[in-house]
Design a protein around this ligand. Structure first.
Ligand SMILES: [Zn+2]
Length: 58
């Protein structure tokens, strides 16, 4: 099972479905312009960190 922190289509925002110019800088600009998406991104990133911490415990 992979825990790779990517989604299926990085050219679309996974939170609102908007098309992005690219999956990198344009996505960062996008979440800065869209608080709802930024919140979703923060939640997603927290979940990823939780997985990492669980893997490291013990
Ligand atoms: Zn979005």
């Amino acid at each position: 099972m992979s825990t790779t922190s990517t989604w299926d289509d990085p050219n679309d925002c996974p939170f609102c479905g908007d098309e992005l110019q690219n999956p990198g800088a344009a996505f960062i600009d996008h979440i800065h312009d869209n608080p709802d998406c930024e919140e979703g991104f923060e939640t997603w990133r927290t979940n990823v960190n939780d997985d990492i911490c669980a893997g490291w415990s013990g």
